[in-house]
Design a protein around this ligand. Structure first.
Ligand code: CTP
Length: 205
């Protein structure tokens, strides 16, 4: 199978020296990419800025920065793939204006206006053909299963990995609950991200 995987955070520029991002390290997405290569799949990895080395033997590697860059790469690659796993922690908002010069401080408060980015996964859910599988992640601090179930349905996914932020974000290990559109539930207990990745692939493919 040819599988598209996204990983890492995005960076949304404020000015030439500042940006908005999140704590994603990319480890879960890279572990999935590595495991998928080892399982014999053709893997296309689209990665936000991380400090990790790309797995060997990827079919393609695309390094992107912003949510918009990631959206453009993903929408052009997805039609040629059998499945996509969106692990990236994509920014939901970006500064409405990017200053071309470094912003100078003044005495008063500063207000940044943020505008929505594209929901890439929801876009893929609309484009998805019957022969394609779509898997998402739901990073939640509260109401894990209800929120994940909502995203599974809203974004037209086949599977979602429900992930408590305290169980995985920025850490070496992870713990997820996989929910499918047909009502299956598979619990994957705390383990290193590589083991969790292998179990996710065994379950969804
Ligand atoms: N996602 C995406 N594009 C975005 C935001 C999220 O493709 N602009 C994908 C993520 O890669 C993940 C899934 O959507 O697979 C869920 O992301 P998450 O951040 O948990 O949820 P949101 O859709 O941002 O919803 P909310 O803000 O309500 O938590």
């Amino acid at each position: 199978m040819r599988i598209l995987i996204t990983a890492g955070p995005t960076r949304e520029k404020i000015d030439p020296v500042r940006f908005i991002t999140n704590y994603s390290t990319g480890k879960m997405g890279y572990a999935l990419a590595q495991s998928a290569v080892e399982a014999g799949h053709e893997v296309v990895l689209v990665s936000g800025p991380v400090t990790l080395k790309a797995p060997e033997n990827l079919a393609e590697f695309h390094s992107v920065e912003s949510a918009q860059d990631m959206a453009e790469a993903v929408f052009s690659i997805f039609p040629s793939c059998d499945a996509a796993i969106m692990v990236a922690a994509v920014a939901d908002y970006r500064p409405a204006e990017i200053c071309s010069s470094k912003m100078k401080k003044s005495d008063g408060d500063l207000f940044l206006r943020l505008e929505r980015t594209t929901d890439i996964l929801a876009g893929l859910g609309k484009l998805k053909r019957d022969d394609q599988k779509l898997i998402g992640f739901a990073a939640e601090t509260d109401d894990l299963l209800a929120n994940a179930q909502g995203k599974l349905e809203r974004k037209n996914l086949d599977w979602i990995a429900a992930n408590k932020v305290s169980d995985g974000f920025g850490s070496e290990t992870n713990k997820v609950i996989l929910l499918s559109r047909t009502g299956e539930r598979v619990d994957i207990d705390t383990a290193d991200k590589k083991s969790v990745a292998e179990k996710i692939l065994e379950t969804v493919f």
